[in-house]
Ligand binder design. Structure first.
Ligand SMILES: *Cc1c(COP(=O)(O)O)cnc(C)c1O
Length: 357
């Protein structure tokens, strides 16, 4: 996996600048980077305000590497990890009062303060407090020792693909006003969402009180995430994956014999295309999501098992030992990052200039 830090810096800096003009800061989301200190440091250098990760293990890795950043846990803490959460981060995103009570107890023991940002459910049906329950939870949180209520947020387009739009973003702002009026306080952080919010944020729509977005994919892959279209001016090839050819043979396109389930419980349907030249790459589902890879024109992915990726080349014959370069979607990226078999190579002196290509 080749990770071009110059291109990631450019992507992050561009988004920080564009959103800055609307009064929105960026929380750089590192969860797809497995705590990579190189990527984390690049995001900070590009001007993101803080780093967010969903796993405390990644946050610890970045802290061990002395990445100089404010870090927040963007997934609700596990009850079994509240002690680590209080020790490692100053703030976390929360949806359960039971967890906030436990954070309060641990924070008292550790003599630390812990900031809480409450996630609100606005239609995507992943994490979030139902809006009608929000005031009650804030009321109790405000009474809990060593808990600082920092703000609210929402997350859309993750489970159900619900688009962030004028309507649901206006609801978030309305909730801010309601909280401020009810409790006579100022809501500091209003975190409107993730990469799927860019279209809304940069459309010239009224931003209301939203002052933060949590961005991962848009920075790393240069795409918005509602239609997965390239964002103008960003690199979409900051991260690529290279795999080596280990077998090249002409074989029938149709398997022979009775067909039952394959290794993954599927029953593949194949059509007869005569004899084909197929190549096997030393890469598999342990390392990537085969549906999330894209090679250059003329190379098609035909199948994958745990350790073998089968491709067909329509233009030239691939040679044993030669390499094929892929672009990755988010799902392939996350798996490649977490696979110990994929070597990560950081490049911080950009050679090519395929901006926006
Ligand atoms: C993953 C995640 C993000 C970042 O999403 P991207 O689509 O990568 O920008 C933001 N917020 C939460 C809560 C997340 O889990």
């Amino acid at each position: 996996m080749e990770i071009d830090l110059i291109k990631i810096n450019h992507n992050a800096r561009t988004l920080v600048e564009r959103l800055g003009q609307c009064g929105i800061s960026v929380t750089g989301v590192t969860k797809a980077a497995l705590g990579s200190e190189e990527i984390a440091a690049t995001l900070i250098a590009a001007g993101v305000k803080r780093l967010g990760d969903s796993r405390i293990e990644n946050i610890k890795a970045m802290q061990l590497a002395e990445v100089p950043a404010v870090m927040v846990l963007i997934r609700s803490p596990m009850l079994s990890q509240v002690e680590q959460v209080v020790a490692c981060v100053d703030a976390s995103f929360n949806t359960e009062i039971e967890v906030i009570r436990a954070l309060s107890l641990e924070a008292q023991k550790a003599d630390r303060h812990h900031g809480v940002i409450l996630m609100v459910e606005l239609g995507d049906l992943r994490e979030g407090i139902m809006p009608e329950d929000l005031l009650g939870i804030i009321r109790e949180s405000l009474t809990l020792p060593h808990i600082d209520f920092k703000g609210i947020g929402t997350n859309l387009a993750c489970r159900s693909g619900v688009e962030p739009d004028r309507r649901n973003m206006a609801i978030l702002t309305e909730l801010v006003y309601m909280i401020e009026k009810t409790f006579d306080l100022r809501v500091e952080i209003v975190s409107g969402g993730n990469s799927a919010n860019l279209q809304w944020a940069l459309s010239g729509a009224a931003i209301g009180r939203i002052n933060d977005l949590r961005l991962g994919e848009a920075i790393l892959l240069g795409c918005e995430t509602l239609q997965r279209r390239p964002i103008p001016g960003l690199y979409t090839d900051a991260i690529t994956l290279t795999a080596e050819v280990i077998e090249v043979k002409v074989k029938p396109s149709l398997p022979s014999g009775q067909i039952s389930q394959n290794a993954f419980g599927e029953k593949p349907v194949t059509v007869d295309r005569g004899q084909v030249s197929q190549a096997i790459l030393a890469l598999g589902r342990q390392d990537i999501d085969p549906d999330g890879l894209q090679a250059r024109k003329g190379i098609d992915i035909k199948g994958a098992s745990s350790d073998h990726l089968i491709v067909e080349s329509r233009c030239e014959d691939l040679l044993i030992g030669s390499e094929v370069v892929f672009r990755l979607n988010y799902s392939a990226l996350v798996r490649a990052m977490t696979s110990p078999f994929v070597a990560k190579v950081y490049d911080s002196c950009s050679k090519s200039c395929s901006n926006g290509e």
